[in-house]
Design a protein around this ligand. Structure first.
Ligand SMILES: NC(=O)c1ccc[n+]([C@@H]2O[C@H](COP(=O)([O-])OP(=O)(O)OC[C@H]3O[C@@H](n4cnc5c(N)ncnc54)[C@H](OP(=O)(O)O)[C@@H]3O)[C@@H](O)[C@H]2O)c1
Length: 324
């Protein structure tokens, strides 16, 4: 018998209900996992609220870690007893045990705890594709990272700095500056739409940045475009303050032949090969000290609503995990 969070309708955190369920035996290509650690991400909140539609009723959650307790036919990549983690679907990570496709599991090294894996894998793979595929950040690149004190931003800044970039961070309040600095930023700005572009110009000797990483969306999109050098890349990848506005494409021409993309983790991990290769890069980055998994708060699975409320109301200061 397992316990799992299920949603039968979308809405406030209270729509998440803790239910008992029988697990079937794993089918071909599947394993059964006993989970000890579950990562909480803003996408979970969007799906629970209905801002990102999911078929109902549904489980929730896209990131977990635990131990393989049974394997289905044809599974050879993992065996019973292996410690593993995953990021991405199928939905249903908020559970004490679950079935999961074997080819989307990542074997964990002895040096990485289940809790740390659940804090770093989803956000780490996101940072990996944003830096290495989307932005192609290299020595000498200059990047502007919003949410630099957040769970993902801390990893993004640390990795960008390791790659040799000049990293400028943006936070929403003074209390977050020290955390952004500790994550590797060379300079940190408290967001002000009126002054950000000139602060960025000053910090880059008038050149402005090669890449803006903006997950904030509605409140920051216009200011972000003004922080880019000619032919710079605007990466809009979240909606913390609401969806970014519709874009008149002529604006990209007028502001210096800018590039614009709205990337998703799903499109960068669609094949098992690509997903596994990015995950390996994250585990290597942790092993070599480029990334340090940090947990801001752990909640019991039954308290998932409290975790969502923290994330939704901007109270969190890093990664949140759930423990069944
Ligand atoms: N597209 C993808 O592939 C993908 C994948 C993963 C995550 N995401 C997105 O990435 C974002 C961050 O995720 P997360 O897990 O790091 O969430 P998080 O821990 O809640 O971080 C969000 C951060 O945004 C900051 N913030 C809010 N308003 C701001 C503003 N006006 N200017 C600068 N910073 C501001 C907050 O900083 P303060 O501390 O300063 O308030 C907070 O630290 C979310 O929007 C998420 O949906 C996208």
């Amino acid at each position: 018998m397992a316990i799992a969070i299920r949603v039968h309708s979308t809405g406030a955190p209270e729509v998440m209900q803790l239910e008992s369920m029988e697990l079937a035996a794993p089918g071909p290509g599947e394993v059964c996992l006993e989970q000890t650690s579950i990562g909480v991400n803003p996408l979970d909140v969007s799906q629970r609220k209905g801002a990102v539609p999911i078929p109902l009723p549904s489980g929730l959650g896209l990131e977990g870690a635990g131990r393989v307790t049974a394997v289905g036919a044809g599974v050879s990549s993992v065996q019973v007893g292996d410690r593993v983690a995953y990021a991405t679907g199928p939905l249903g990570a908020y559970a004490s045990a679950r079935l999961f496709p074997a080819d989307r599991l990542v074997r964990l090294p002895d040096t990485l705890s289940n809790d740390a894996a659940a804090a770093v894998l989803f956000k780490g793979i996101t940072a990996q594709y944003l830096l290495k595929t989307t932005g192609q950040v290299r020595p000498g690149s200059t990047v502007l990272v919003y949410g630099a004190a957040g769970a993902l931003g801390q990893l993004l800044c640390a990795w960008a700095r390791h790659l040799g970039a000049q990293v400028l961070g943006v936070v929403s309040k003074p209390a977050s500056v020290a955390r952004a600095e500790a994550s590797g930023c060379h300079a940190v700005f408290v967001f002000d739409a009126q002054t950000l572009a000139s602060q960025v110009a000053q910090a880059t000797q008038g050149r402005k940045v090669d890449v803006v990483y903006d997950p904030i969306g509605r409140d920051t999109f216009a200011a972000s475009l003004d922080c880019l050098r000619p032919r710079g890349l605007m990466v809009s990848f979240g909606a913390t303050s609401g969806l970014p506005p519709a874009v008149e494409v002529g604006v990209l021409n007028a502001k210096g032949s800018l590039f614009l993309t709205r990337p998703s983790l799903a499109a960068h991990t669609a094949s098992a090969e690509e997903y596994q290769s990015r995950a390996r890069d994250v585990l290597d980055a942790v092993a070599s000290g480029i990334l340090t998994p940090q947990i801001w708060k752990s909640y019991a699975l039954a308290d998932a609503a409290l975790a969502h409320a923290d994330l939704e109301h901007g109270r969190s200061q890093g990664a949140i995990i759930l423990n069944p």
